[in-house]
Design a protein around this ligand. Sequence first.
Ligand code: UGA
Length: 437
Amino acid sequence: IGVANMKVSVIGTGYVGLVSGVSLADIGHDVTCIDINERKVSLMSKGKSPFYEPGLEPLMKKNIVSGRLHFTTEIQKGLLNADIVIIAVGTPMKDDGSADISQIKQVSLQIAESIVKDTIIIIKSTVPVGTNELIRDIIFSNLSHNVEFSVVSNPEFLREGSAVYDTYHGDRIIIGSDNYRVAECVATMYKPLGMNILITDIRSAEMIKYASNAFLATKISFINEISNLCERLGANIEEVALGMGTDKRIGHEFLNAGIGYGGSCFPKDTNALVQVSDQVGYNFELLKGVIRVNQRQQKLLLHKLKHRFGSLKGKRIAVLGLSFKPNTDDMREAASIIITDKLIEQGAEVVVYDPKAMKNAVQWLNPKVNYGISIKETIRETDIALILTEWDVFKELDLSIFVELMNSPIVFDGRNCFTLDEAMEAGIEYHSVGRPV
Ligand code: UGA
């Protein structure tokens, strides 16, 4: 395999697959992205991303024009002559919490039938420890041609909303392989990114991904518990987090208290790790606690509302922010889903607004939810406003609009978007997380 441009095929064009494919094309490789969804493929061929991700579309267009980025629904055609095949299909959560690897198995059968030359197969999807070996066995038993192949674990650490930035400025690239020459070849593919590369054995690479997400989720649940204590003891979580984070061993990141973590990764991966632990007879108590704390934290504002109002029947409630975090239209495991549902169950009238996630939200939220057309129209004549996602457009709001437009300016902020001073000066009744009212 040549050093400069490799022929890379990426199967699956979710966040991980598409962003990886586009960035690999951008650093000079010839990339074909394969997806079974025709509508998505036709969109992407025109340089349009199927999801909102800052900076992605310009990069797609640039590399389509340069002829390095292609899209197809035909897996066999898409795999033709590939030096490296990257599997980035979904591993959704099954009802028992474990990861569903059926899509990976399916794709690996197709790869086994399609490859006609020696190929490196990278599994980028998040998969339970041992899956890479399982896939290697499946491919080996189903090969149609007499070729050599190697399966490499190469987990992804990008965040939604900053996926493009993370691809170029990530902290590390993990390459798990049982063959050093193969690992070096994968390292060569990534070399232009100039990132730290760590080569490990396959099982450790698989574990690094789960352990990293579980640790970050633990950090969030931990700070949320400290925040709940701050509320009861009269301390301020922002000051506490600042003071803790200054210790380099702790660090400032992921110490933002709020209404818990959501998204397509932390909930799924923490559950999968617990499930795997149980399977091997190990009781991962800490992580089970992390998950329970998060489920409770997603309902924090509901408890606060109950405490403040008793009944919510007939109240008009504005909800600002629906996506699980800012800069994405992703609604998966967003706290807004359960919160709006419970508000409606309690007889409130709910009107919601999100800068990007409104279209997706329709599939996730209770059908009785009303959709606002702007921030101002959403809060107009409401009794209570909730902030569930810290979008910049909310953080930059002039708080006087709550006073001017609402029936009563009562704001419950699940993401601490404003300082207590700002809220006091504006004259709103401001309830935030882990800080005095
Ligand atoms: C996460 C990891 O950060 C990525 O490294 C990883 O690659 C990705 O999962 C994945 O496994 O694919 P992501 O889910 O996109 O990325 O978003 P994060 O920025 O990590 O946020 C996750 C959730 O935690 C959000 O709901 C966010 O609001 C919440 N959070 C984050 C907090 O409540 N407090 C914090 O201090 C940080």
